[in-house]
Design a protein around this ligand. Structure first.
Ligand SMILES: [Zn+2]
Length: 153
């Protein structure tokens, strides 16, 4: 029964019809994470930055500007082109290719699924990889899934 329902939800026509209901539930469920993302995006937007809405496999607010460039190039996990925090994507001005956006929107969907648990699940996955002697970023299950989403796009 549940398996049949899951198969039904994966059909493209049904998946399209479910986009906004699923997104609305995801927005509520991920709201605490998104609130943190908005806090980080605030200085990005206030200091000569801009914000726009983007939509792909999920929707997100995209914040870019000089503060985002500085933030991402000095990120404690290493320099990166973009990062997703709930429904907020903070990106380098010149670093947002279509592929990077697909990757970040995959993280937005993960946040919709995991909600407030997402940051903890993400860190636990990195810790689990590191404990097994693997790379904490590259072998994180959420990163693996986001890279798979890039290939599907
Ligand atoms: Zn990622």
């Amino acid at each position: 029964m549940i398996r049949r329902l899951l198969l039904l939800l994966r059909q493209p026509r049904v998946a399209r019809a479910m986009f906004w209901p699923r997104t609305l539930l995801g927005v509520v469920w991920a709201a605490p994470v998104t609130a943190f993302g908005l806090l980080l995006a605030l200085p990005v937007v206030l200091f000569r930055g801009n914000v726009q809405m983007v939509r792909g496999s999920a929707f997100a607010l995209l914040a870019r500007g000089p503060v985002a460039d500085a933030m991402l190039s000095h990120h404690p996990f290493g320099a990166m082109n973009a990062m997703a925090i709930g429904h907020v994507v903070i990106a380098m001005h010149g670093g947002l290719s279509a592929r990077v956006l697909v990757h970040e929107l995959a993280h937005v969907r993960q946040a919709e699924r995991w909600g407030i648990l997402f940051p903890f699940a993400y860190l636990a996955s990195s810790a689990w990889a590191a404990l097994r002697g693997k790379d904490a970023y590259w072998h994180n299950r959420f990163e693996i899934a986001a890279r798979k989403a890039e290939k599907r796009s």
